[in-house]
Write a protein that binds this ligand. Structure first.
Ligand SMILES: *Cc1c(COP(=O)(O)O)cnc(C)c1O
Length: 287
């Protein structure tokens, strides 16, 4: 894996440093590339099938479909439902995952712990890649940032990244030399804390969770998030993701009195392919 660049941007009059993990690779990028690096780099010669589950538009689903194509594995992905309009008009992560030969299985009662799934030739990946093996690729990310901070003699900087399952922020804090800040984009702060505890019992090495301006329901449309996305694009010339980044930046600005925004390394975690469906929905609703 190549070392992604760190760039300076100015957004709403604040200078941020941005770690461009969206540029790692066109197909296999962002934090999913970090989380699934162990799958790519290990041999797994006995494996011919990968099973995972989650939403029908998930970024993790798409990244796993790319990985399975590279590895020549079968990819079985379980969802609870697929909306009719998506079935007849495939779009975004769903469309591109099918093009990568994902086999999608609708099963409302799917249980990842079902012992019938276990088989010598099969790997099982939890929703969103919330596996402890994710730590290998995220350690690499932490090492790159640690080196950058040291080589550029940065003082008092902190890392910020918005969380879903919290896997990336948790392992980043584990290996980073500086404090990691995050905010909850799926569920509330209590849910995120529970996710951290599942992966790491020691609360002293959990990232710090910043408050959001309000409770956001994951995947729902919020005019202010669309505005933030468009402002980011206009002011920085960088496409950020629509599900996590607008909440991330709003949480940062909401907490401007307790953290020094000019000393933040913001991690761009990719997810741009997933924007396709979100932008369609936003345009229909607001433009
Ligand atoms: C998956 C994803 C996240 C959330 O990562 P977690 O490790 O689950 O917290 C954030 N941003 C983007 C763009 C993602 O694809």
């Amino acid at each position: 894996m190549i070392n992604s660049p760190i760039q300076q941007i100015k957004f709403r009059n604040i200078n941020f440093l941005v770690k461009r993990d969206d540029l790692l690779d066109y197909e296999f990028s962002g934090n999913k590339a970090r989380k699934f690096a162990y799958l790519l780099n290990n041999n797994y010669s006995h494996i011919d099938t990968l099973i995972s589950h989650g939403s029908n538009q998930s970024n993790a689903m798409y990244s796993l479909s790319v990985l399975c194509k590279l590895k020549k594995w079968k990819f079985k992905y379980y969802v609870s439902h697929i909306p009719e309009f998506l079935k007849s008009n495939p779009l975004g992560n769903y469309k591109y995952s099918l093009e990568n030969n994902m086999q999608i299985i609708i099963d409302e009662n799917f249980n990842i712990n079902d012992s019938n799934l276990i088989n010598d030739n099969t790997l099982i990946i939890k929703e969103g890649g919330a596996n402890s093996e994710a730590m290998f690729g995220i350690k690499q990310l932490a090492d790159e940032i640690n080196d950058y901070i040291k080589n550029n003699n940065l003082k008092d900087y902190k890392i910020f990244l918005p969380s879903g399952t919290g896997t990336t922020s948790l392992f980043l804090q584990k290996y980073s030399n500086v404090e990691v800040l995050t905010c909850a984009c799926v569920g509330d702060e209590k849910y995120l804390k529970e996710q951290f505890l599942e992966l790491e019992k020691d609360e002293n090495i959990h990232p710090r969770i910043l408050n959001n301006t309000k409770k956001f329901h994951f995947g729902k449309l919020y005019k202010e998030n669309y505005e933030t996305y468009k402002d980011l694009l206009m002011q920085t010339n960088i496409k950020f993701d629509l599900l996590y980044d607008p909440i991330g930046f709003s949480s940062l600005f909401f907490n401007k009195d307790i953290i020094d925004l000019n000393k933040i390394i913001y991690i761009h975690q990719g997810g741009i392919i997933g924007n396709e469906t979100m932008i369609e929905r936003y345009k229909r609703k607001y433009d």
